[in-house]
Design a binder for this molecule. Structure first.
Ligand SMILES: Cc1ncc(COP(=O)(O)O)c(C=O)c1O
Length: 385
């Protein structure tokens, strides 16, 4: 493809940092670089505990384990979702319960969630879709009233905010992704964030194969052993070195992504005004990180036509997610029978355009294809009236 959907933004500083990192005596995780990056995240985000992880998926698995969620428990989440939070719940023998989203942000709808809360509900895992904050005030209120944990899947929400508070630091646990499709990347990677001391202590053990090796390294115990369930969720210091440079460049990355995002907004605004498409609303409380630019067409057929037109010009646009309740696993294994019409319609009409810092010089090419297609649609609509 002439214009791929995503391109990691890697420069000489990242290359030098990785070259230096492989020369160090410590290549495993939790070495000096990991510790430095974790401290940086804690200061920058004003969060008590930040643990680097091998992925956001693993941070979500840690979250479900740290909350002691197991058989008989239910966890509410959007069906319009990546698979990771649902897998994390299923892996512990608990049940994911899928709730509706709000069409204007594609974020979980607090009112729909409230209707799904039962005495078995232990947590709500919300997704800040495209780096636009969920209505955290409403979710914190639900958490308090029903005594359920709030987990923020902020995979797409690094350097995005809810009323000035960094996403991922507002609920009981936050999970970040540094996958190479995300704004800030170490190739693969993630972070587990919490302000809760008890959760942090358990997470540290879960992340270190169920052992208290971290306490041993700090000199708090004279030997380490198996103390809880866990797995191997610690990334190498080499990845932490790459991440450290990316975090230093966060303002530049955000600024360049915003340029692309704003140019798309300007290009498609007339079609939004004409009611031909709908775009992502950014609520007043949300300060986004320009992770995604998407809009929705009226019908799935229109969406597919547009995708084809872009592809013919060498532009890779995409859609996602296949709603989890209607996926093969959801239908055949979880026996999901709910209908979630907003989720279904939104996912079938969604189109995501390429967004990455290096794209700023090529946005016109993408916009031209969309503008032409939309103009054609507009004239055919006018003719048929
Ligand atoms: C909402 C959401 N959650 C979780 C993940 C998984 O992140 P990772 O690839 O770091 O495991 C993704 C990845 O795209 C995502 O978009």
């Amino acid at each position: 493809m002439d214009i791929p959907f995503n391109k990691p933004y890697i420069g000489d500083e990242e290359r030098e940092a990785v070259a230096e990192a492989v020369e160090q005596d410590i290549l495993r995780g939790d070495g000096p670089t990991t510790n430095r990056v974790q401290s940086f995240l804690e200061d920058w985000l004003d969060v008590r505990h930040a643990l680097l992880t091998t992925s956001c998926t693993h941070a979500l698995e840690m979250a479900i384990m740290a909350l002691d969620i197991g058989p008989g428990d239910e966890v509410i989440m959007p069906s319009f979702n990546f698979v990771s939070s649902a897998n994390a719940v299923v892996l512990q023998g608990a049940t994911p319960v899928f709730a509706e989203i709000r069409p204007e942000t594609m974020n979980l709808d607090p009112a729909a969630v409230e209707k799904k809360i039962t005495t078995d509900t232990e947590a709500i895992v919300l997704v800040h879709y495209g780096g636009v904050a969920c209505d955290m005030e409403a979710f914190l209120d639900l958490g308090e009233r029903y005594d359920v944990a709030i987990v923020e899947d902020a995979a797409q929400g690094v350097d995005a905010y809810f009323n000035d508070e960094p996403l991922g630091t507002i609920g009981d646990i936050g999970c970040y992704s540094f996958h190479d499709t995300k704004n800030i990347t170490s190739g693969e990677g993630g972070a587990f964030l919490t302000n809760d001391e008890e959760i942090a202590a358990r997470a540290e053990i879960i992340r270190e194969k169920g052992t208290n090796r971290s306490a041993f390294y700090r000199g708090e115990v004279d030997k380490y052993s198996w103390v809880d369930e866990g797995s191997s969720y610690i990334p190498s210091d080499i990845l932490a070195a790459l991440l450290e440079v990316q975090l230093e460049r966060r303002d530049e990355i955000r600024r360049k992504r915003k340029q692309v995002w704003s140019a798309y907004r300007d290009a498609v605004r007339p079609f939004v005004d004409d009611g031909l498409i709908e775009w992502q609303t950014v609520p007043e409380y949300a300060d986004p990180n320009f992770h995604l630019f998407y809009f929705r067409t009226d019908t799935p057929e229109e969406r597919d036509e547009l995708l084809d037109a872009l592809k013919a010009e060498g532009i890779q646009a995409t859609f996602h997610y296949v709603p989890l309740h209607s996926s093969p696993y959801g239908r055949n294994i979880l026996n999901c029978t709910e209908t979630l019409p907003t989720t279904q319609h939104c996912s079938e009409t969604l189109i995501r355009l390429p967004v990455y810092p290096q794209l700023s010089t090529r946005i016109d090419k993408v916009s031209e294809v969309i503008i032409e297609k939309m103009r054609n649609k507009l004239s055919s609509t006018t003719q048929s009236i």
